[in-house]
Design a protein around this ligand. Structure first.
Ligand code: NAD
Ligand code: DAU
Length: 339
């Protein structure tokens, strides 16, 4: 089997490639990635020489390049991660989110229909459901909820979800779709909350908590997400949406305090800053469908996963220090300088 992984030089895509090369010793993986600010070829250094792996640099919006690759490789499966993924950036510049996440997805769908694949799996997000109130712990995201995106990022992901389902119905494409909650783990770009807080704490820099820090996210260790996608790819029903998450709701402020405690740093580093525009209050996944139909459940407890993640960032300082000392400095100044 040959699997196309788009966006495999990013956080979840790279973890998925490592997972698949191990889990399926007879599979070949082709990673197609534009290496935007969020993509990092060094992340894939351990597999670049693997004969079952090929890296191709390219943009999913480049129809000619995408078609050429599909023609060459005759993919069995497509797992589509490539996206602009950071909510704060989508508030600054929505256009690139529509281009990559909507139009780029359309190019891949067209290629999958034209050249034929056994399955196209689209990696989406729980953010397409909007948010849940903090005072209704009985409410969860289920697959049948209407889409109600809050940010340009989530609106672009919701649009891509609709396109995937439309290609299923209209062109008979065999597609599945997953909507996952917040991931954490190795190789996450330091603009996202957990690695940002780890990086700042280790440098004794202020930890910028938006608003009051009471927003809730349902955190999942990245490897658990990768396992879920592998299971859906092989055992999911065509045309179906599967929520992925793990009943692991935590407030931002509690995570930040936990990181400081693990690193032996004082809580005085916490700085409350201006809230994110349109900030979603709470995400919480009901994973009943994927559990009942496919047998998936999260395996990594947050207490273990966060320790492992902190250990990884401490042991792999070269990986993220190169990022935070580069163009990221300008980003950080722009986003947090006067906040
Ligand atoms: P990321 O930002 O770390 O990585 C995105 C990757 O896509 C990068 O390698 C980048 O170079 C590549 N890319 C961007 N634009 C491209 C283009 N035009 N052509 C080709 N490649 C391009 O993102 P991530 O956190 O790994 O998220 C991966 C996917 O999972 C996204 O679709 C995201 O919406 C979804 N998701 C993320 C989370 C999360 O918590 N991070 C949760 C649920 C779903
Ligand atoms: O739910 C899945 C989504 O999770 C994915 O689709 C997105 O790609 C991914 O980025 C993530 O979105 P969030 O907006 O929830 O993640 P982020 O790490 O940006 O923020 C997590 C929470 O922390 C959120 O409530 C905002 C807050 N935050 C974030 C940053 C970067 C802070 O308080 N301070 C910060 O500096």
């Amino acid at each position: 089997m040959t699997v196309l992984v788009t966006g495999g030089a990013g956080f979840i895509g790279s973890n998925f490639i490592f997972y698949m090369l191990k889990a399926h010793p007879d599979y070949r993986i082709v990673c197609y990635d534009a290496l935007t600010y969020a993509g990092n070829l060094s992340t894939l250094s351990s597999v670049l020489d693997n004969p079952r792996f090929r890296f191709v640099k390219g943009d999913i919006c480049d129809r000619e390049a995408v078609y050429k690759l599909f023609e060459e490789e005759k993919f069995d499966y497509v797992v589509h991660f490539a996206a602009e993924s950071h909510v704060d950036r989508s508030i600054e510049d929505p256009g690139i989110f529509v281009k990559t996440n909507v139009l780029g997805t359309q190019v891949l769908l067209d290629a999958a229909v034209k050249y034929g694949v056994k399955r196209f799996h689209h990696v989406s997000t729980d953010e397409v459901y909007g948010d849940l109130p903090l005072d209704r712990p009985d409410m969860f995201f289920v697959e049948t909820l209407p889409l109600k995106a809050s940010s340009p990022y989530s609106a672009s992901k919701a649009s891509s979800d609709l396109l995937v389902m439309a290609y299923c119905r209209t062109f008979g494409l065999d597609a599945t779709l997953s909507r996952c909650s917040n991931n954490y783990g190795p190789y996450q770009f330091p603009e996202k909350m957990i690695p940002l807080m780890i990086a700042n704490a280790t440098a004794d820099k202020p930890l910028p908590v938006y608003g009051e820090g009471i927003n809730v996210r349902d955190w999942l260790y990245v490897e658990d997400h990768c396992k879920a996608i592998d299971l859906i790819l092989h055992n999911g029903r065509p045309g179906e949406v599967y929520n992925i998450g793990g009943h692991n709701e935590m407030r931002n402020i509690d995570i930040v305090k936990l990181i400081l405690k693990e690193l032996g740093k004082p809580e005085s580093l916490i700085t409350f800053v201006k809230d994110r525009k349109g900030h979603d209050m709470r995400y919480a996944i009901d994973p009943t469908k994927i559990h009942n139909e496919i047998g998936w459940l999260p395996e990594t407890k947050f207490a273990d996963g966060i320790k492992e993640t902190i250990r990884w960032y401490l042991n792999n300082r070269d990986w993220w220090e190169e990022i935070v000392n580069g163009e990221y400095k300008n980003y950080y100044q722009k986003m947090y300088g006067n906040r």
